[in-house]
Design a protein around this ligand. Structure first.
Ligand code: GLC
Ligand code: MG
Length: 249
């Protein structure tokens, strides 16, 4: 992957954003194929292996950056090398065992073992979550537990180290490569995309978004597309004139 000062990156969520409409997906990559100095990456709640296989299934051209497990891991193509710097950066005040033990009071439903990662503890919740979220916040504070709590699609609840999220991972990349966030375009549909959409990059919310993102409306840097899935991404690219506009913004 060659990065220079004019490089632009499109980082997209996978489920319900990039995939879902095969025809639009084809159109999107047809458009991106002609762009110079552009890299494509994904940012997903999935594990790396699961991200790789669903992208193969949908015949998505190989991304160069994989932000996975809700931003707690970063890998780079072609050899899927892990970013150890990121791991080091987020590994601060992270006590997953004590966190899980403490959360037992809340009778949350644990996600399957495969969804639990070194830097991600995940549960299933329901729509009532917002009602008891303040209590949960308070309880974690009382117990001196630091974590980034992320609610998605009305049913997933992830706990990550305070410094980890899809959005913080995107900012880390911008910083690492010395690129302004305005050279990043991100796209998503649900709660775990929120920090990425408000990170300072250009953001696209696809039409089929989940209610948690409603609060991002009326924000100049965030475009709510009329099209769903990849169609919405295509539309957002045009809205921001992301592939053609001069870099002098
Ligand atoms: C993916 C992950 C799951 C996570 C969810 C929301 O579905 O598999 O563990 O809770 O994304 O981030
Ligand atoms: Mg999604």
């Amino acid at each position: 992957m060659v990065i220079n000062k004019n490089t632009r990156l499109i980082i997209s969520d996978i489920d319900n954003t990039l995939i879902g409409d095969a025809e639009a997906l084809n159109k999107l990559f047809e458009e991106l194929r002609h762009a110079d100095n552009l890299h494509f990456g994904v940012a997903t709640g999935r594990r790396l292996d699961s991200a790789v296989s669903v992208l193969e299934e949908w015949q998505v051209p190989k991304p160069v950056i994989f932000i996975t497990s809700v931003g707690s891991e970063i890998h780079y193509a072609p050899n899927l090398i892990k970013d150890e710097g990121w791991k080091k950066h987020i590994n601060e005040q992270w006590e997953p065992e004590r966190l899980k033990k403490t959360l037992e009071t809340f009778t949350l439903a644990m996600q399957p073992k495969l969804s639990q990662r070194e830097f991600k503890v995940s549960y299933f919740v329901d729509h009532t979550f917002e009602l008891w979220q303040p209590k949960l916040d308070e309880y974690l504070q009382q117990n001196n537990l630091s974590a980034n709590m992320i609610y998605s699609s009305g049913k997933f609840l992830d706990f990550l180290p305070k410094k980890a999220s899809k959005g913080l991972a995107v900012r880390y990349l911008a910083n690492k490569w010395g690129l302004p966030l305005k050279q990043f375009l991100v796209a998503g549909d649900s709660g775990n995309d929120e920090e990425m959409l408000t990170s300072g990059a250009f953001g696209i919310v696809v039409r089929n978004y989940s209610f948690e993102l409603e609060k991002l409306k009326n924000n100049d840097n965030i475009y709510f597309a009329n099209g769903s899935n990849a169609q919405g991404i295509l539309e957002g690219i045009k809205h921001f004139n992301f592939l053609n506009s001069s870099l002098m913004r």
